[in-house]
Design a protein around this ligand. Structure first.
Ligand code: SF4
Length: 420
């Protein structure tokens, strides 16, 4: 199928998805949504309206499960309270609207979707165990290859990069299916560079059932126009493209390739064109963190038309092992101010939403380490996350649930454990 035909097929499929109304969770699309472009940041009254609909939907989801309206409202209050603890009083004031769904984070499935419903039930079940089946994981990150064309300064996979491939296609499918049996809201596929294994990735995506969202974390290498359309067609929700500076030369030096910035730029364009949700991700080094640099980066992100900016702090693992890369409290303050301003201030309503994990991790603890997330490396080992590399067992040969519980009780080595 040619590029244009494929893209047309992708779009036709989306329209079909919306109009067929496959289950009661699928809304009839409103006039407002029909007239909106494919990828857009919404704010103001639109957000108030969508938030209200979301709250109603959440109460309905909980009520269907617990069959008690006052209990459902009590549970909703707990969910809202939990979110407030994580974000302080910084209520989300904008959403990304892509492909007919609303997104307020990269780790929460789009609203409305079957994945969103199961995500909510999983969260409620953690606070009020019902004895019924609910999602065990909100997010599982799986490294599907060791291959990569880049040599990034911060690479956490440095020791195994471009080594012998251990996971077969069947291994990856089996890992995915075992996590889905336990309930997983999202899979994020990484590497190495996962798009160097595009054909296997497409098969894996086809094997994932639609109660789980799938994302790809990429340097942008090999995210051609055609591959973006094929990924969308196979059911991919979004991509996170790494861009570590607004200046091409800085980024290319950081990534160890003169082509890298160009690849990333093209990847973003192709993914937006294919109606994928698009985030750009940055590892904020000591030399980068300044108010001026952060806002220049935001300006670039807005011009690119992406929905999210994700901020990662450097950790002394992999290629950074033994190096003094940890940020200081002054850096944290600059990042937090940027995070709050970008998501709250009226002047930035049309800019991408910003995700900064350090903000909530320092307030309520770590969502990873077997709590809601785990990381499966390219050998199939289950780890806390790509930065805390404690191995507790293997996702192909071990008992995933038991291994996750072991990680959870040991907790994160940097942040306090989450209560729920
Ligand atoms: S960080 Fe990612 S893109 Fe960079 S070398 Fe490592 S695996 Fe490749």
């Amino acid at each position: 199928m040619g590029n244009t035909t494929l893209l047309k097929a992708v779009r036709a499929n989306q329209i079909k998805d919306k109009l067929i109304i496959p289950d009661a969770e699928q809304p009839v699309i409103s006039l407002l949504e029909r007239t909106m472009p494919a990828q857009k940041i919404i704010s103001g009254k639109q957000v108030v309206f969508i938030r209200f609909r979301m709250l109603l939907r959440i109460v309905r989801i909980i009520f269907r499960h617990y069959r008690n309206i006052s209990e459902s409202i009590r549970m909703l209050r707990h969910l809202v309270g939990f979110r407030r603890k994580a974000l302080g009083e910084n209520r989300v004031k904008k959403y990304a609207y892509v492909g007919g769904k609303y997104y307020f984070g990269l780790y929460t499935p789009g609203f409305y979707s079957a994945a969103f419903t199961n995500f909510i039930l999983g969260e409620v079940n953690r606070m009020f165990p019902s004895g019924k089946t609910a999602n065990r994981y909100t997010n599982v990150l799986i490294s599907i290859t060791k291959k990569c064309a880049l040599r990034c300064e911060h690479c956490s996979e440095w020791e195994t990069l471009n080594g012998e491939e251990k996971l077969s296609l069947n291994d990856i499918k089996s890992i995915v299916s075992r996590f889905q049996e336990l309930g997983t809201a999202q899979f994020h596929f990484s590497g190495g560079e996962p798009l160097l294994r595009i054909n296997d990735l497409l098969e894996v995506l086809a094997s994932v059932n639609k109660t789980t969202e799938c994302w790809v974390l990429t340097s942008g290498h090999n995210l051609t126009r055609q591959n973006a359309a094929r990924l969308k067609f196979a059911g991919l929700t979004g991509v996170v493209v790494s861009i570590d500076h607004f200046d091409a030369d800085h980024h290319n030096r950081f990534r160890g390739s003169p082509e890298s910035f160009k690849w990333a730029q093209k990847a973003v364009r192709n993914a937006i064109e294919a109606d994928l949700v698009v985030a750009i991700s940055i590892c904020v080094t000591k030399s980068f963190v300044s108010t001026a640099n952060l806002f220049s980066y935001a300006e670039m992100a807005k011009q690119m038309g992406v929905s999210f900016i994700q901020i990662f702090e450097p950790k002394a693992v992999g290629h950074y092992l033994g190096k003094d890369v940890e940020l200081t409290s002054e850096h944290y303050q600059i990042l937090e101010d940027f995070f709050v301003t970008m998501n709250q201030a009226k002047a930035y309503r049309e800019y991408p939403l910003v995700l900064y994990h350090g903000y909530y991790q320092r307030r309520i603890g770590c969502f990873s380490s077997g709590n809601r997330h785990v990381y499966v490396d390219s050998d199939g080992n289950i780890l806390n996350c790509p930065f805390c590399r404690k191995k507790a067992g293997n996702a192909i040969t071990g008992n995933i649930e038991l291994i996750s519980e072991q990680l959870k009780s040991a907790g994160c080595s940097i942040f306090k454990p989450l209560r729920f």
